[in-house]
Write a protein that binds this ligand. Structure first.
Ligand code: AMP
Ligand code: GLY
Length: 424
């Protein structure tokens, strides 16, 4: 069976790597990177070019397209593939709106009675500013549209909230994404990530995980796409997980279905575990990055079969199974990330790092450099992922591998999974 993975980051390396274990599979990937070369054949097409990806899938007679990032989903890649007779893992554009429009996500949650932050949607900057003037509690200002992780400002006071509104709505610093803005009450608690497979009918939970969004230790500094993750997340104990399924995932999927959207793919709920129970911070219509790296590290069984069953509406035949041993992923980032990163630095130590057992270095922003070298080519460069008998061993092993790797300006958090260790 021929599978095409769409995307080029760390999540896609993990997807391609795990897919390659399935019997009789040939994995292709859109461009890929020096890390994916070992598991997937690169095809020269940009992951964001919907028409070109469809042409490639047809001409290579691909049996299943697995879509990593949100942008092609929101742009209707799965719809266009269906029209061309190609099966795909991922929701249609209508389903992907749950991520592509935060206003739509709130509308769905409200209709379904799903616990989330109170929110108001604004299309007019003046009205948004007046709302902030009148408000009492702390707020979070969010661009309605896709903003590659840059659309959310957790305002520490009114001035910051005002500045965020002006940046998004008046100066349009994130373009169309900021045409509408959602202002939410700020929630307190611990965050966790929860992903389920869904075929429009059956829902199958994946292993729990926790991301680390801020760039520096102790959750300091600006938000990033994610500086590391571990799985499982002890805060999502079985009782809480049951609540999340019953009060959040099931009602959301039912509401989508009521609106004529048979959601197929991964639905990712970014959760705040508040004193009053779990609440939704965001939905994503795709696998999380970097959560996917430790979650798929723990995957047991035929991953291709699970994704095919999801795409074909026969997910009831599959029950995902995970290695009980925890896994930890530490992201190594380039200088200046999450600002515009410096690229082209030669990465040293990859060979040595690859020799550590129970660990793998997933490539995100890397490229081939001169003389067979591998160079940095993005903000998040590598996702060092390792497992262990317990969370401590997994974390120690991941940081041991990290210590083998270096390039000028490389930075990472030293406290990935620390919260999980405190919990156990
Ligand atoms: P989002 O992309 O919506 O998940 O927002 C990115 C990050 O902003 C989240 O991971 C949280 O750390 C933070 N955040 C978003 N919404 C809220 C909220 N209502 N209250 C507190 N923090 C939030
Ligand atoms: N790690 C958060 C996300 O994938 O959106």
């Amino acid at each position: 069976m021929k599978v095409l993975v769409v995307g080029t980051g760390g999540r896609e390396h993990a997807l391609a790597w795990r897919l390659a274990f399935s019997p009789g599979v040939e994995v292709l990937i859109t461009r890929g990177n020096p890390g994916t070369d070992a598991v997937a054949r690169p095809v020269d097409v940009a992951s964001g070019d919907v028409a070109a990806v469809v042409r490639t899938a047809v001409s290579h007679r691909v049996d299943l397209v697995v879509v990593g990032p949100e942008a092609p989903l929101a742009a209707g890649l799965v719809d266009r593939l269906a029209e061309a007779g190609v099966r795909a893992f991922g929701p249609t554009a209508a389903g992907a709106r749950i991520e592509a429009s935060k206003a739509f996500a709130h509308e769905v949650m409200e209709a379904a009675g799903v616990p989330c932050a109170r929110a108001e949607v604004f299309e007019d900057a003046g009205a948004a500013l007046r709302f902030v003037e009148r408000g009492r509690g702390p707020v979070v200002v969010k661009a309605d549209g896709l903003a590659a992780g840059k659309g959310v400002v957790v305002a520490k006071d009114r001035d910051e909230a005002r500045a965020a509104i002006e940046s998004l709505m008046v100066r349009r610093n994130l373009g169309e994404a900021g045409r509408r803005v959602v202002i939410e009450e700020r929630l307190d608690g611990e965050e966790a990530s929860y992903m389920v497979l869904c075929d429009g009918e059956t829902v199958r939970p994946l292993a729990t995980s926790q991301d680390h969004k801020r760039v520096r230790d102790g959750d300091q500094g600006p938000n990033t796409g994610g500086m590391g993750a571990y799985s499982p997340a002890a805060v999502l104990d079985p009782a809480t997980e049951g609540l999340v399924l019953e009060r959040i995932l099931h009602p959301t999927l039912r509401e989508l279905s009521r609106r004529g959207i048979a959601y197929r793919g991964v639905l990712y709920a970014g959760l705040m575990l508040t004193r009053d129970g779990p609440r939704v911070l965001e939905f994503n219509a795709r696998f999380g990055d970097p959560e996917t790296q430790p979650v798929l590290f723990r995957w047991r069984g035929d991953f291709l079969e699970a994704l095919s069953a999801t795409a074909e509406g026969r997910l009831r035949e599959v029950v995902p199974d995970f290695d009980p041993r925890p896994a930890v992923c530490v992201v190594l980032a380039a200088e200046n990330y999450p600002g515009s990163p410096r690229t082209g630095d030669v990465i040293e130590g990859l060979e040595e790092a690859s020799r550590v057992p129970h660990a793998i270095v997933f490539h995100a922003g890397t490229a081939r450099g001169p003389g067979g070298s591998v160079v940095t080519a993005g903000g998040r460069v590598l996702g060092v992922t390792a497992s262990g008998a317990d969370l401590r061993e997994a974390r120690d092993r991941a940081y041991h591998v990290v210590s083998r790797l270096r390039w000028p300006g490389m930075h990472f958090r030293t406290d990935i999974a620390a919260r999980g260790l405190r919990a156990v």
